[in-house]
Design a protein around this ligand. Structure first.
Ligand code: 4NP
Length: 169
């Protein structure tokens, strides 16, 4: 469908932060009856984990908070994604740098944003990488991702005027 809004979340490995953002954002979209308006994906800038499932600790945190990462398979961000997606939300400044590297003619930089630009408590505007840390890091990522996804969806609903004519049971 031509008016599908294409969203991609990007981190480094695509096994922790961006898969969680993908799942949480999708669940919020579906909760609002807007599932058919969005195409939601995630990827990593690195290729180390391509083809793998989500990190077990992130899976557990997602499950503890009512979301599932069981269907996730890691993929790597591709240059063509800059063309194909309407909004690319990156988890940290290193991801931002790596994604913008593909934007040779600076044609797509407007659609690439730090995810935490939308966080009401943005801290340093980066979602901390929990990979090498303890369990509490994963719950912290969840809290950030949940409240930020809420704001991003609110803003997209307003930007695309998604509330009119989408009332479903
Ligand atoms: P993510 O976390 O970028 O949130 O998926 C990481 C996963 C793997 C690695 C680093 C961060 N790694 O170095 O393999």
């Amino acid at each position: 469908m031509s008016d599908t809004i294409r969203i991609q979340f990007v981190c480094l490995g695509n096994i922790c932060r961006s898969p969680l953002a993908e799942a949480v954002f999708r669940d919020k979209v579906v909760d609002q009856g807007l599932g058919d308006r969005f195409d939601i994906e995630s990827s990593g800038t690195g290729d180390w984990h391509v083809g793998e499932g989500a990190d077990n600790r992130m899976r557990q945190t997602a499950a503890d908070n009512g979301h599932s990462l069981e269907e996730h398979t890691a993929s790597q961000f591709q240059a063509e994604d800059l063309q194909a997606y309407d909004h690319v939300f990156v988890m940290d400044k290193s991801n931002l740098n790596d994604v913008l590297y593909f934007d040779e003619d600076d044609r797509h930089s407007g659609k690439v944003r730090l995810f935490r630009e939308f966080d009401p408590q943005p801290g340093d505007y980066q979602v901390p990488d929990p990979y090498y840390g303890g369990e509490e890091g994963f719950q912290n990522v969840y809290e950030i991702v949940s409240r930020t996804s809420e704001v991003i969806l609110e803003q997209l609903v307003a930007e695309y005027d998604l509330n009119s004519g989408t009332a479903e049971s």
